[in-house]
Design a protein around this ligand. Structure first.
Ligand code: ANZ
Ligand code: ZN
Length: 826
């Protein structure tokens, strides 16, 4: 009998599945649909263990659902635009397209070698003109609906990557990719108006019970909703007004100064002609080199300068100095803050540093605060004091009352503020989807007509990191004619953030070949939304927020019938080695290709699914891999030992003998456990251990039951079910063994086994009967029989009664399902 030769069977089945279109799907209204999606990879060149984990998890879900009778869409593609391709071009002279496509080819080959059940016919690559044409088209829809706009903005600028970064790509004040501190720079940029969806993005999180709580909390914090009021301060001696956003209108009488962000448009005007003018200009210049995070960090020294101008407090007409300071951000609220040092810690520190007055307006119950002597801001609740008509009110009530007063006098209004900023999508980069806009001297900004799409990314472009898009060096691209007047015009040379491309790829999978539209309405309606999305938690904010925004916008444009893209989300843990994340920089990488070469894809998949539940981090273990490989060999030998006999001696099993009944019970208990572990909890690890138990049970049966008494129809049934249960985890070996057991069609077309609840009951057990500790008898009783019943039964037995004749029963001790001991005396 042949040994387990994964090197032969894995490529063989991969070829046959491919040739028979086993995983190809089309819309089928007779079946319930299931859309199973793993986050598509960036084609860096090679699969890493994180990919292997992500796709193995997804493949179990897809195969399991397919066997349960669902019409399963399980696609794969490439998030193929982005910086690394461009860096390869700069450092190694390889054109980005060539680098990307050859990486895709290699990774596609590696994915095939893993035996994942993708419908490859639906493969997409975001860098293909057939794809980015529709990314451009979606940009135009955003533009048409007022959700894409251009403005000059102070942007995050990475001096090392020489590009603009989205707020989301700035981590701890530094570029997320190269960790260089980020600067501020004013540039004309394209934005998507995601802030128009802030409220829906927040409140619709409640419609997502199938998302991890931690991801929803991260999104909630990112959106950062605050309620309060906008209060309008007048500038003394001018018509200018400065609105401020505050969450504490109850402290309005405690304002002792006002602060503007250094970039606030009024700054230069206010300081003009004052003795402070020069100092102010110097301060503004310096602030550009500080990131938002550095500016607002609580441990950071608050610094500012007086502008020389004054504002008027609208409730008491007090005159307060206007300062500028690094702790106020232009992008938040109105870019201006009312300073209330007695009740805000940052204001307090600022006031103490620059000798500004501290005025208490909220008094704690039973305690007298003094602004001159207090050592920290009082930020708790209390009673309003020094607040004119509001004196004596609890401050929580005061918030509403002061706001109402401001509204009635036209000096302010209630306001909700979000931390979420509009999404900056321009990149001064080559390898991305060109923004389909033309600038005409005569007509101004003109969108490229839809029928002229795609705006093709030209080849043979020169790369010089200048901070401008390399497309600027390409006159054939830049120079064009105006679609409106036919005169000379220039193309936009910025490309789109790659997060734009990945915000709609799950829709393209539903009609990947369409030349007419981004996605066909009937197909997208059939498949959406994604029933199970699986990926890394590092995308908790960016990608998942943008994809939700796109889905909502397209719903509003009437192009989609759903408002949320991903019904259920599973965020997988990391793959660790020696306690830290597997990564090139740590030099602790185990390459999937090596593992597949040595043990086969089935072992690699099984190990990664067995080593930890999907959401937890997983520690790589060579012994663990070895163990999984031994297990598959054990399954192989077991099936090989019975395959011929089972094929000859088929039929429905008759289960009578106790050993047969035990094996039958174990089979059904295993089916139940594996089904529930996959379906309810994604506990693939415990599902796999249950399958291992079943294999042990089979070996026990083989070892303890004489060969001529072994129930071959039963064994056949058990092995066929065993192989079926194994199929989602280790698809190649399962297929090979299935054929060995006489299967005609693919095991992956089998129905998922159902268990028989009746088979789970352990029907009868044998009790040992003792009298005064000596074994005297045995009796068969129903399993789990209550103690009282056992006592009655044992005393009624003829043999026991005769042995006890003339004696007195003192007590009866019962060990349930095992033993009963009668204690008796003469
Ligand atoms: C006066 C005040 C008094 C404030 C008080 C707080 C406490 P969240 O909760 O994050 O929304 N603020 C407003 N705009 C700002 C900006 N552009 N840069 C820096 N700080 C800004 O915080 C809102 C509070 O942060 C606002 O309420 C304002 O300070 C400050 F006892 O106004 B408050
Ligand atoms: Zn024109």
């Amino acid at each position: 009998e042949a040994r387990y030769n994964f090197k032969e069977i894995e490529p063989k089945w991969q070829r046959r599945w491919e040739a028979s279109d086993l995983y190809r799907v089309t819309e089928d209204s007779d079946k319930p649909k299931f859309y199973c999606l793993e986050m598509f990879p960036y084609p860096s060149g090679n699969l890493h263990m994180g990919h292997v984990r992500n796709y193995s998890i997804g493949d179990v879900v897809a195969r399991f659902k397919r066997m349960q009778g669902y019409n399963v869409l399980h696609p794969m593609g490439w998030d193929a635009f982005g910086l690394p391709a461009e860096n390869a071009a700069i450092h190694r002279g390889i054109p980005p397209a060539e680098w990307t496509w050859s990486n895709i080819a290699n990774m596609r080959r590696q994915l095939h070698a893993m035996g994942i059940s993708y419908d490859w016919d639906r493969e997409v690559a975001t860098c293909h003109p057939n794809y980015y044409r529709w990314t451009q088209w979606l940009f135009l829809q955003m533009y048409k609906h007022g959700l894409a706009y251009r403005k000059k903005a102070a942007v995050n600028w990475c001096p090392s990557c020489v590009t603009v970064l989205a707020n989301e790509q700035v981590v701890d004040g530094a570029c997320e990719r190269c960790h260089t501190p980020v600067m501020r720079k004013d540039l004309e940029q394209w934005f998507f108006r995601i802030t128009a969806y802030a409220e829906r993005l927040l409140s619709d999180l409640q419609q997502l019970p199938g998302w991890p709580e931690k991801v929803k909390i991260m999104q909630e914090n990112w959106i950062g909703r605050s309620t309060g009021a906008e209060v309008i301060f007048r500038v003394e001696g001018s018509d200018e007004e400065i609105p401020v956003f505050t969450t504490r209108p109850d402290t309005l009488y405690g304002v002792t100064y006002m602060v503007l962000a250094p970039e606030h448009p009024l700054v230069a005007k206010l300081a003009a002609g004052t003795p402070q003018e020069k100092e102010v200009a110097g301060f503004v210049q310096a602030a550009r080199y500080l990131s938002d995070l550095d500016r607002t960090a609580t441990e950071k020294e608050k610094e500012g300068v007086f502008t020389g101008a004054y504002a008027i407090n609208p409730v008491n007409n007090e005159r307060v100095p206007i300062w500028i300071a690094n702790y106020v951000l232009m992008e938040y609220g109105t870019g201006a803050v009312m300073g209330v040092p007695a009740h805000d810690q940052r204001d307090f520190e600022f006031a103490r540093k620059y000798n500004l007055p501290v005025e208490v307006v909220i008094q704690p119950q039973g305690q007298e605060l003094d602004g001159a002597t207090m050592t920290a801001a009082y930020v708790e609740d209390g009673i309003m004091v020094n607040s004119g008509p509001f004196n004596g009110l609890p401050n929580r009530e005061g918030i509403g009352k002061v706001t109402a007063y401001l509204e009635s006098t036209g000096k302010g209004k209630a306001r909700v503020n979000y931390r979420l900023r509009d999404w900056l999508i321009s990149r001064q980069r080559y390898w991305g989807a060109p923004i389909p806009i033309i600038y005409c001297d005569h007509c101004g900004l003109v969108p490229v007509p839809e029928e002229d799409l795609p705006v093709i990314l030209p080849e043979g472009v020169e790369f010089k990191p200048t901070g401008e898009s390399p497309l600027k060096n390409c006159p054939e691209f830049v120079n064009t004619t105006c679609p409106r007047c036919g005169g000379p015009a220039q193309r936009e040379t910025d490309t789109m953030d790659t997060f734009v491309c990945s915000s709609w790829y799950f829709l393209r999978y539903t009609s990947p070949h369409s030349q007419e539209r981004a996605f066909a309405r009937d197909k997208v309606d059939y498949w959406m939304n994604v029933d199970q999305y699986i990926g890394g938690v590092e995308h908790a904010i960016l990608h998942l927020m943008y994809a939700r925004f796109f889905t909502k916008a397209l719903y509003d444009f009437g192009l989609l019938g759903v408002e949320e893209p991903f019904q259920n989300l599973l965020t997988q843990g990391m793959v660790l080695k020696d306690g830290s994340k597997m990564s090139k920089s740590k030099g602790n990488v185990v390459s999937p290709e090596e593992i597949i070469e040595r043990y086969g894809a089935d072992t690699a998949r099984l190990f990664i699914l067995f080593a930890a539940p999907p959401e937890r981090d997983l520690e790589w273990s060579d012994q663990g891999v070895e163990g999984c490989y031994r297990f598959l060999n054990r399954v192989w030998r077991l099936v090989a030992a019975y395959a011929d006999a089972v094929r000859r001696d088929g039929g429905t099993p008759v289960v009578n003998a106790p050993a047969d009944r035990e094996l039958w019970r174990l089979l059904h208990a295993t089916i139940k456990k594996v089904t529930e572990d996959i379906e309810q909890r994604f506990n693939f690890n415990t599902a796999i251990s249950a399958i291992m138990e079943l294999v042990n049970g089979c070996y026990r049966y083989q070892d303890t039951v004489a060969e001529n008494e072994q129930n071959l129809p039963l064994m056949g049934e058990v092995l066929r079910k065993l192989v079926t249960l194994l199929a989602p985890f280790a698809p190649h070996i399962a297929e090979e063994l299935w054929q060995g057991l006489g299967g005609r069609e693919s095991v992956h077309l089998e129905s998922w086994p159902a268990y028989d609840p009746a088979a789970l009951v352990e029907e009868e057990v044998t009790l040992v009967v003792q009298i005064n500790g000596k074994v005297r008898d045995r009796m068969q009783v129903p399993a789990g029989l209550p103690e009282e019943e056992v006592k009655k039964l044992v005393l009624k037995r003829e043999k026991v009664a005769s042995l006890l004749a003339g004696q007195q029963v003192v007590k009866v001790i019962v060990v349930p399902d095992k033993l009963v001991n009668v204690v008796a005396r003469w």
